[in-house]
Design a protein around this ligand. Structure first.
Ligand SMILES: *Cc1c(COP(=O)(O)O)cnc(C)c1O
Length: 340
């Protein structure tokens, strides 16, 4: 029985469901893993994650398609990216095939929490792992916990996707050759101050520039950036080692090139090029694409021609195509939709 929830009024906050998934790494190997109804974690006060932030995570969603199937979008890419994150943090990667199986198992166990088609809500899936045992000298843990929690979340945009205003912050998101390219908790810890400052100043997001020269566009705290130019014919998206490789952005680029006949430029993008752009969007799992209407660079305003009222027409086409594929209204490219 589906839970008695007003799906449309959910926001993006944590709510306990029936089961989480947990697997422990000890003595050099992962155990077989299991579902648990215990939504708490008990560990040493000196656990590596608490002292040295040895942790990484992923984010994806399960939802109901138009024809009533429960699916996830490209979970194999989350598995791959989490393994990359783990290796960079000297953590043992959770096997990629087991990651996908565990996602299936935990969604199945919480099937009553998957929102119905058309509600706009989804079941957000958060795999994460961390250094578990006590470590006081600086070194990696040798015991790890991998968990997946799921929680129903509401539509990201209530009443349509309104363009946002971003500012250029005085902070950097990631160092050159640092950890910007992996999904590590530490990248978010350091973004909390800049994002709160942005909000206090009345902006929605920070648009970070490249940390070495501050001349190139990188991304926001939690979303990659796409631009549209040449009368909707070209998609431009920044390339840099310190940008997190967004699965949403990679999917959008594929759609632009292979389904909409657009040209895709994945290359370093100078901030000084931005006034040539016609549309701009922030992409990630949560919002899919969030349109940007205006950039504020220390008081200098760049208005994106698509404006502050609605998504630009090409962004809208990309958004409709991707969400159409996700919801089963448009035929998906091979391997994109993973049935639970
Ligand atoms: C998770 C994340 C994204 C979005 O990635 P998706 O795979 O599309 O959800 C973008 N930037 C950062 C910094 C992220 O952590």
């Amino acid at each position: 029985m589906a839970k008695d929830i007003d799906w449309g009024s959910l926001d993006f906050s944590y709510r306990e469901t029936d089961y989480s998934y947990v697997s422990m790494y000890k003595d050099g190997k992962w155990d077989e893993g299991k579902l648990t109804g215990d939504h708490t974690v008990t560990m040493s006060e000196c656990a590596c994650v608490l002292q040295y932030s040895q942790s990484c995570f992923e984010g994806l969603k399960a939802y109901t398609t138009e024809d009533g199937r429960i699916v996830c979008f490209r979970p194999d890419l989350n598995a791959q990216r989490m393994a990359d994150s783990a290796r960079r943090l000297e953590m043992p990667p959770f096997p990629e095939d087991r990651f996908v199986d565990a996602v299936r198992e935990v969604v199945k166990a919480n099937i009553d929490w998957v929102p119905p088609y058309g509600s706009g809500a989804t079941l957000y899936i958060r795999p994460y792992m961390f250094g578990y045992n006590s470590v006081i000298g600086v070194k990696p843990a040798d015991e790890y916990m991998f968990r997946i929690l799921v929680t129903p979340v509401g539509p990201y945009f209530k009443g349509g996707a309104k363009p946002v205003v971003v500012r250029i912050p005085d902070f950097d998101r990631a160092a050159p050759h640092g950890t910007g390219g992996i999904k590590a908790g530490l990248n978010y810890a350091m973004s909390l101050h800049p994002i709160m400052e942005a909000h206090r100043e009345g902006f929605n997001e920070n648009m970070y520039l490249d940390p070495a020269t501050r001349t190139k566009v990188e991304e926001t705290g939690g979303a990659n950036i796409i631009f549209i130019k040449d009368h909707g014919k070209t998609l431009v998206t920044p390339k840099s080692d310190s940008i997190l490789p967004s699965i949403t952005r990679r999917s959008i680029c594929w759609i632009a090139e292979n389904m909409l006949g657009m040209k895709v430029e994945h290359r370093p993008v100078l901030f000084s090029e931005v006034p040539e752009m016609e549309e701009m969007g922030l992409c990630g799992t949560a919002a899919v694409i969030s349109p940007v209407g205006q950039i504020n660079d220390h008081g200098r305003i760049i208005n994106i021609p698509s404006g502050m009222d609605e998504m630009g027409p090409t962004t809208k086409k990309l958004y409709d195509t991707l969400t159409g594929i996700q919801m089963g209204r448009i035929k998906a490219p091979e391997g994109w939709i993973f049935e639970v």
